[in-house]
Unconditional design. Structure first.
Length: 456
C-alpha cells in the first residue's frame, strides 16, 4: 500500500493496515516516520492506540516532541515499561531532552540496574561517547572453544548491528581482541577463541568525544566499536548507526550556525513561526549593527567620494569580492578541522597558504576588473577618465581587489582557527559574520588605495 494511502487510513482511525506490517524489519522506523508526518495530536493518539509491544519498538525512533507528548498521556506503569526496554543509548538520548525535575521523575521509573547505569552515563559530557554507549553487549573468553562461544552468543546476544563483532576478554575482564562473527563460522568448533585471534583491535575510551568516534569509524570502517574505561574493561558498545545520527545532527547545527542562524531544536517543518523568527533575528540584528560600521567608514571617506564619484560605482564589487573570498576560506577551514585534517597548531601553515592564495585570486579578479574598465572606456560605454586618468582608476580597482581578496581569505581562514583555539565552535564564524568584517575593512583598504593612486 502506498504511504499516502496508509496515512489517509490512519487519519480516518483505521490502523488495521498499519498493524499488518508489524513484522517487517524496518517497521518501527517507518511507523515513526509516518507518525511524524501527522499533526501532533493525531500522531500521539495513533501511538496510544498501538499495542504496548509495538509502542516499545517504535518509541526510540520518534522525535523528542512526540516522545514527550506520548509520555504525558501514558500511565506511569506503561512509561516505566517503555523506558526500561529501551537500549541504553536510546534511553540516554531521551533523558537528554528533559529538564532537571523531569530527569529525577523519570529516573524513578527505571529499575535499579537501568537507573544506576543511566545516572552514571548522564554524568559524562554531552559530546562524549558515553552518551552513545549501548550497555547491552556480550563478551567471550579467549580460552573458550568456538563452539562454546557460539552457544553463549545464542543465549545472550540480541540481533543488533553490534552482533557482527564479538569482543574477547581475558580472565580479568580486560579487552584483548575483537573478532568478526564470520571468523567463528569459518573455523572448526573445537578451536579456541585464542587460536583465531590476531591481537589487533580498535576501541574507544569512555572519555573520548563523539568527533573521535566518527573519525575512528571512518578510519577503520567498523560497524561497532567497544568502549573501555581507564583499566581497559569493556563498558559498552557504540554502533555506526548511532554515530551517523550524531554526525548528521552536528553537521545540521554547523550548517545552520554557518548561515547566520541559531541551531534549531526541531526540524524546520516542526519549528514554530515565532521560534524561527527568534532563532534568525538575533544574528540578523548583530550583523545589521555591524554593517552600520560600513556606513561609518563611507562617511569617513566622504571627501574622497565627493572628489571622485566614480569610486562609488565599484563599492558593491569591492565589498562582495572580499566577502565571497572570506566565506570560501572559512568554509574550507571549518570543514578541514571537522575532518581532523587541520588543527589550531597548523595556523602558520594555513596563514602562509591563504596569503598566497589570496594574492593569486586577487590578482585574477584585479586583472579582470582592469580589463573590464579598459573595454568600457575604449568602447565609449562609460568615461572613467572625466576627472582622472582612466588607467589610474582601473589600477585603483585592481590593486584594491588584490588587497581585499587577500584580507578576506586571511580573515576567513584565521577566525575559525582562533575560535577553535579558544574552545568555541568554529561554525559560529558564519559566512555573514566574515563577510561583514571584510566589508568594513575592505572599504578602508579601497579608499586608502584610491587616496594614494588618485592623490585625493
Amino acid at each position: 500500500m502506498l504511504v499516502q494511502d496508509l496515512r489517509e487510513k490512519i487519519l480516518e482511525g483505521d490502523l488495521s493496515e498499519l498493524l499488518h506490517h508489524s513484522k517487517d524489519e524496518d517497521y518501527p522506523a517507518q511507523v515513526a516516520k509516518l507518525l511524524s508526518s501527522l499533526p501532533t495530536d493525531h500522531a500521539i493518539n495513533t501511538f496510544l492506540s498501538l499495542p504496548e509491544k509495538i509502542q516499545v519498538q517504535i518509541f526510540s525512533f520518534l522525535d523528542h516532541v512526540l516522545q514527550l507528548g506520548v509520555i504525558e498521556e501514558l500511565p506511569r506503569s506503561q512509561v516505566s515499561n517503555i523506558l526500561n526496554n529501551l537500549e541504553s543509548n536510546d534511553r540516554i538520548a531521551f533523558f537528554d531532552t528533559l529538564d532537571g525535575i523531569e530527569v529525577t521523575e523519570f529516573l524513578n521509573l527505571l529499575n535499579d540496574k537501568n537507573r544506576l547505569a543511566t545516572y552514571d552515563l548522564l554524568g559524562y559530557p554531552e559530546q562524549s561517547v558515553a552518551r552513545l554507549i549501548n550497555t547491552n553487549f556480550t563478551t567471550v573468553r579467549k580460552e573458550w572453544t568456538i563452539g562454546q562461544a557460539i552457544e553463549h552468543l545464542r543465549r545472550f546476544y540480541t540481533d543488533t548491528p553490534a552482533a557482527n563483532v564479538i569482543f574477547v576478554i581475558d580472565s580479568n575482564g580486560k579487552l584483548v581482541d575483537d573478532i568478526p562473527i564470520r571468523r567463528l563460522v569459518l573455523n572448526e568448533h573445537t578451536k579456541t577463541i585464542e587460536d583465531i585471534m590476531d591481537g589487533f583491535y580498535v576501541k574507544l575510551d569512555i572519555q573520548d568525544s563523539i568527533e573521535d568516534a566518527i573519525q575512528k569509524f571512518k578510519e577503520y570502517d567498523r560497524v561497532a566499536l567497544p568502549v573501555t574505561n581507564s583499566n581497559n574493561v569493556v563498558m559498552g558498545v557504540v554502533t555506526v548507526d548511532d554515530v551517523i545520527d550524531e554526525s548528521e545532527e552536528k553537521y545540521t547545527k554547523d550548517m545552520q550556525q554557518f548561515g547566520g542562524v541559531e541551531s534549531l531544536d526541531l526540524p524546520y517543518v516542526k519549528t514554530g513561526f515565532f521560534t524561527l523568527i527568534q532563532k534568525r533575528a538575533g544574528w540578523l540584528i548583530i550583523l545589521f549593527l555591524s554593517e552600520m560600521l560600513t556606513a561609518t567608514a563611507m562617511q569617513h571617506f566622504q571627501v574622497e567620494l565627493d572628489k571622485a564619484l566614480v569610486l562609488a560605482m565599484f563599492v558593491p564589487l569591492i565589498m562582495s569580492s572580499g566577502g565571497n573570498s572570506g566565506s570560501q576560506a572559512a568554509t574550507l577551514i571549518i570543514r578541514a578541522m571537522a575532518l581532523k585534517e587541520l588543527s589550531p597548531k597548523d595556523w602558520w601553515y594555513v596563514m602562509r597558504r591563504e596569503i598566497f592564495s589570496g594574492l593569486t585570486l586577487g590578482a585574477i579578479l584585479g586583472t579582470i576588473g582592469f580589463i573590464r574598465i579598459a573595454i568600457w572606456q575604449q568602447l565609449g560605454f562609460y568615461n572613467y577618465g572625466e576627472h582622472f586618468n582612466w588607467v589610474l582608476v582601473a589600477l585603483t580597482v585592481s590593486f584594491s581587489l588584490i588587497g581585499i581578496v587577500m584580507w578576506g581569505t586571511l580573515s576567513g581562514s584565521m577566525i575559525p582557527i582562533l575560535l577553535k583555539r579558544l574552545k568555541l565552535d568554529p561554525a559560529t564564524s558564519s559566512a555573514p559574520f566574515v563577510a561583514t568584517l571584510v566589508d568594513v575593512t575592505g572599504l578602508i583598504i579601497y579608499f586608502s588605495v584610491a587616496a594614494m593612486m588618485l592623490h585625493l
